[in-house]
Design a protein around this ligand. Structure first.
Ligand SMILES: NC(=O)c1ccc[n+]([C@@H]2O[C@H](COP(=O)([O-])OP(=O)(O)OC[C@H]3O[C@@H](n4cnc5c(N)ncnc54)[C@H](OP(=O)(O)O)[C@@H]3O)[C@@H](O)[C@H]2O)c1
Length: 245
């Protein structure tokens, strides 16, 4: 068990990649704080599954874009588990809307959740990680590197920002805290549930491995980067996209 009694906070772990990551850390013995914003029942289901695995967990509602919520979430984690070893900044949203129809509210909300959320969660978690050392993993996307689409313009900008944030935080927090990013390509989660069959077929043709990733495949990379196996890796961006051109 690589994370026996380690404390892991995963934002957006009620569903998708975050959920798979929470369950994987629990299998490795970690105590997990399961964050959600709307899906209380789904978050509780993750907690129940973790407890069945013999580990400890609790669900915590927090909108990562709201400073007051984030402060409260970090305080709750410290109250329950005493410190934080690993922070996974995973929560994210996307509005697939044609550029000309995109509203300012959608633009701002995407920036607030996907980018400001990482800043806030890191800012308030870091003081509780510095003493013992730890690891931060930021879930960015290949959309921040080389897969652009004007229908997700603000999303792409937040993911490019998440990558720069990874590098800046890695410098600022070395040598005590390692900071890395996983950049997934297409993953089979709710985030993509409204994509058309035709679009999925076209995109699948471009993926060397000819399929979308399973959330568990991203979770394994997050776990690796958080673990001692990655003890000399910081400031890195690891693409997990099945090959794409
Ligand atoms: N799926 C992909 O193809 C893909 C590819 C590259 C990168 N990613 C990135 O991977 C991350 C996870 O995506 P996913 O596909 O797993 O998405 P998902 O299935 O839609 O799940 C999103 C998660 O984020 C949470 N969340 C949303 N807004 C939040 C907020 N304001 N505060 C706290 N939590 C919030 C949701 O909580 P509720 O359940 O409470 O709403 C949910 O747990 C995102 O950063 C996404 O950009 C995904």
């Amino acid at each position: 068990m690589r994370f026996k009694d380690k404390v892991v906070l995963i934002t957006g772990s009620s569903r998708g990649i975050g959920r798979a990551t929470a369950l994987l850390f629990a299998q490795e013995g970690a105590k997990v704080a399961v964050n959600y914003v709307n899906s209380k029942d789904k978050a509780q289901d993750v907690v129940n599954k973790i407890k069945k695995l013999g580990s400890d967990a609790f669900a915590i509602r927090c909108d990562v874009s709201k400073e007051k919520d984030v402060k409260n979430m970090i305080n709750e984690v410290i109250k329950k588990f005493g410190h934080i070893d690993v922070l996974v900044n995973n929560a994210g949203i996307v509005y697939d809307v044609p550029l000309k129809e995109r509203s300012l509210e959608q633009w701002k909300r995407t920036i607030d959740v996907n980018l400001t959320g990482i800043f806030l969660c890191s800012k308030y978690a870091i003081p509780h990680m510095e003493k013992k050392g730890g690891s931060i993993v930021i879930v960015s996307s290949t959309n921040g590197i080389d897969c652009f689409n004007p229908d997700s313009i603000d999303y792409d900008v937040t993911k490019a920002g998440a990558i720069i944030l990874t590098k800046d935080l890695a410098i600022a927090l070395a040598p005590k805290i390692r900071v890395n990013s996983v950049a997934p390509g297409w993953v089979d989660t709710d985030m993509n549930k409204d994509l058309t069959k035709e679009f999925i077929e076209e995109e699948t043709k471009r993926i060397y491995l000819k399929r979308f990733a399973k959330p568990e495949e991203i979770a394994k990379t997050i776990l690796f980067l958080s673990s001692d196996d990655a003890s000399f890796i910081t400031g890195s961006i690891l693409k997990v996209d099945g090959g794409y051109s």
